[in-house]
Design a protein around this ligand. Sequence first.
Ligand code: GAP
Length: 510
Amino acid sequence: MANEDKFKKVISHAKEYGYIFASSEIYDGLSAVYDYAQNGVELKKNIREYWWRSMVYMHQNIVGLDSAILMHPKTWEASGHVDAFSDPLIDNKDSKKRYRADVLIEDYCEKINKKAQKEIDKAKKRFGESFNEEEFVTTNGRVIGYKNKQKEILERMAKSLDNEDLADVKALIEELGIADPDTGSKNWTDVRQFNLMFGTKLGASAESAMDLYLRPETAQGIFVNFSNVQKTGRMKIPFGIAQTGKAFRNEIVARQFIFRMREFEQMEMQFFVRPGEEMKWYEYWKETRLNWHKSLGLGEENYRFHDHEKLAHYANAATDIEFNFPFGFKELEGIHSRTDFDLKAHEEHSGKKLQFFDPELNKNYVPYVVETSIGLDRMFLAVFSNSLQEETLEDGSSRVVLKLPSILAPTKAAIFPLVKKDGLPDIAKKIIEDLKWDYNVIYDEKDAVGKRYRRQDANGTPFCITVDHQSKEDDTVTIRYRDTMTQERIAISEIGNKIKESISYQSWLG
Ligand code: GAP
């Protein structure tokens, strides 16, 4: 399936099966804002839980926090967001479409990268088993040429953005001949900076109202609570604070469904370390987070690191974990070594000390921070798009199946009576009564069983349990597995164990 078609199918499937709706749809929706429907809210909750457990329950030195969305406005002066949280935007004069100038250039570089990859793939085919990719990449003239060109462009862009030389960013776009991806027009405006924070007001009267911002990241709620948590939790360096919650950004370009939203949710963890030890922890968290992603079985080949050329104002090292979305490899998670920038800035702006007394070193210092930051909605899209598959079956028919990792599936099992009579619905309902305390399970008696199986395949339900006449005789049922479509007969008393085994956190995260 072509990537564009696949992405369209992802969006329509998400709506048809009650995962995601456009916000305020009856008023034609609100750009880049979405609502999570009956299945979506469960999947989202399960992803959040999977992250939370891996961070908070699996690490004795990481604790949770739920700070407010509204924060004192000085927070955003200290963090640098008032001055520097902007994207370089450019408009196309013919199409009137608005783009992020840096994204246009990065997409251009990705095309060069694809050309290099094509050369590598061709050579791989030619040389077969004896192919040494590392050697090829460092010796093949064409590949070296592509890589150098890409590096040169990205370095020039990073330098221009650092120096606020927006005229050079535009010059680069023109020199590379970058056209409007939708219309092909090269008639561009100048590049301008655009602050992404949403403003709002606190207070009733116009005179006394205080200007506030909706938080653009959850991280600052963690920084301003550093001392509170450290003291009340008697935390010792190194330790982390984890938080999930809404963030808001007035994104310039928000056209990729839930990939780039104006209201979204982040799952962030700030890990406080001794100054000078940050690179060790940066490497630790790179590996740990990649392993977390791999644990879900979405395919190891679908992840890659992308180290930043242009570092944010607070970072001394940064990388993205990119995922192979239906529209190509894009950022899924950021891992940043944020130095002591944030805590120091909050000390200066608040006049309060945000330090740690290290008994081993017998001194106070402002800790350094390594941050892991992932968008929950973006993770949802990664899981959902990767799981949606169309299969051709042995008999030539096809089925649409949502092969969600069972630990994340909204509904763990659907219970069917084979027919709506002969006491079978009562047995099915009794099974629901027993399971509902531990698992989200549903009852379905509508349509033929085959149709019900297909419905649950498309819904992502890992198990279907069918109660038939034999169940009345021997207290057994048929369990049918979503991914293999195989069936087996098990005792009713075994159903709970089957589900439990398949969604044990220990087997997924361990
Ligand atoms: N505290 C650091 C921080 O916010 P970021 O790279 O701007 O860093 C972190 O954002 C993650 O949040 C991204 O990797 C992405 O998954 C998610 N994210 C950022 N902007 C988003 C948006 N507009 N819509 C959905 N997710 C977004």
